[in-house]
Design a protein around this ligand. Structure first.
Ligand code: AMP
Length: 422
């Protein structure tokens, strides 16, 4: 199937051609025809599959078939996304794919002044992309009404629930009109996402693409068993490889992200860090510098990097393995985009051994072990308590391994409403 025989209108075809897309991705092939017919959709797909265009294109087409003058504060399309970066990116996709159509759109999110966002809303927008926190704030202040919403998209609902947005999302949903088209995207399926889907969707078509393991096929994955206190020298040494062009490094905490960035910086590597404690302006600047190639390395925590679409990332390095095995897939999905080859290196200390086991179970792969001068047999063979997540008692390492970010419960799950992340 091609974009041409999908009944997509000419202005969108031109934008698609300008972007250089020749064939629809599987999620686009499966979702667009249903969405053009006005059906509700449950999409199980992760970032990197082309899911944004899968909903942006049909929504733009349906809007263009029935253009109206936008009413101030009353969007016709509402897209909810978990992070500011993802919201900004989706908003940009509306601009890109809709460049030959006339409509107004904006993104609203926390961490920046609300004044410019309110001004934009009061002029009237057709499409509003929002994070839940800022949307509720502005709804409560009377700047936004949802009664005119015809298309509602919940993107990365699994992440939104993980981040503690469940109550906010429920409140938003309860303000939506009954008659609407709803789209729901999640990378993973759980009881909670299932319940949400039931509540939201009517006679929905379910589309599932790229089962988790297969998306990873074009990514070269390696694990480095290493003691915590050798992680930094190991990382430094990897930069002697020639092909480390654009490298995204993940750490578990903001503090460690800063430390790793500082140490690489001392070694004359162009690096910056993004995490929840950085201002929106700092985050945007770091992202732009990374995209443009001014930065060779970006060090990030999971939340900050979620949904980021930077092309040509050569390597993803898990300096620390993530708490949740699903995050491993999200992280390494940043490389190997759209069929390109990428490399994912994971550092695994003894106290991360069990996390690695969960990752291997989830992805149904055994990750190849890399040989290197800091190899730790102890890490490789750790079992029982030695292989479990760190506690305050056994913290160690050149970069002290913070046992858990402050917002974590003992179980390792995040607490509700992490305001700073909105
Ligand atoms: P997403 O999953 O929406 O984050 O998209 C991942 C990347 O795929 C983005 O960089 C898109 O620009 C790109 N993309 C989306 N659709 C296509 C397509 N049909 N052909 C090639 N690239 C695409």
């Amino acid at each position: 199937m091609s974009f041409q025989n999908m009944n997509i209108v000419d202005p969108l075809q031109r934008a698609i051609a300008k972007e250089g897309y020749t064939t629809p991705t599987p999620i686009q092939m499966q979702a667009i025809p249903h969405l053009l017919q006005g059906k509700d959709l449950m999409g199980i797909a992760q970032t990197g599959t082309g899911k944004t265009a899968a909903f942006v294109l049909p929504i733009l087409q349906r809007l263009s078939e029935d253009l109206k003058v936008p009413i101030p504060g009353n969007p016709r399309v509402l897209v909810l996304a978990p992070t500011r970066e993802l919201a900004a990116q989706i908003d940009q996709s509306f601009a890109t794919y809709g460049q030959f159509l006339r409509f107004r759109h904006t993104a609203i999110f926390g961490g920046v002044r609300q004044g410019p966002q309110v001004r934009m809303l009061s002029r009237g927008v057709d499409i509003l992309v929002a994070t839940p926190g800022r949307l509720l704030d502005l709804m409560n202040q009377g700047y936004i009404k949802l009664k005119g919403v015809e298309f509602f998209v919940l993107d990365e609902i699994d992440r939104m629930l993980d981040m503690g947005f469940i109550k906010d999302v429920r409140k938003i949903v309860s303000d939506l009109p009954q008659k609407r088209q709803s789209l729901f995207f999640s990378a993973t399926v759980s009881q909670q996402t299932g319940e949400f889907a039931k509540r939201l969707l009517t006679n929905a078509v379910c589309v599932e693409v790229a089962p988790q393991a297969s998306t990873l096929e074009c990514i070269k994955q390696r694990v480095f068993f290493v003691d915590q206190n050798n992680k930094y020298p190991l990382l430094r040494g990897l930069f002697n490889q020639k092909d480390m062009d654009r490298v995204l490094v993940f750490t578990r905490t903001k503090h460690r992200a800063n430390k790793v960035a500082q140490m690489l910086n001392k070694n004359k590597i162009n690096v910056d860090a993004i995490h929840g404690n950085k201002s929106q302006n700092q985050r945007t600047k770091a992202m732009n510098d990374f995209k443009s190639g001014r930065l060779q390395v970006l060090v990030a925590t999971d939340i900050a990097a979620r949904g980021i679409d930077v092309e040509d990332i050569s390597h993803v390095i898990n300096y620390d393995l993530p708490n949740e095995p699903e995050s491993y897939i999200h992280r390494i999905g940043r490389t190997g985009r759209a069929g390109a080859n990428g490399t994912a290196y994971s550092f695994c200390a003894a106290d991360e051994r069990n996390i690695l086991r969960s990752i291997e179970r989830l992805t149904r792969t055994t990750i190849e072990v890399s040989e290197h001068q800091y190899h730790s047999e102890q890490a490789k063979n750790a079992v029982g308590a030695a292989a479990a997540e760190p506690t305050t008692q056994n913290r160690s390492g050149a970069v002290s391994r913070n046992a858990r970010p402050k917002s974590m419960h003992k179980s390792g799950r995040r607490k509700s409403s992490p305001v700073s992340r909105r």
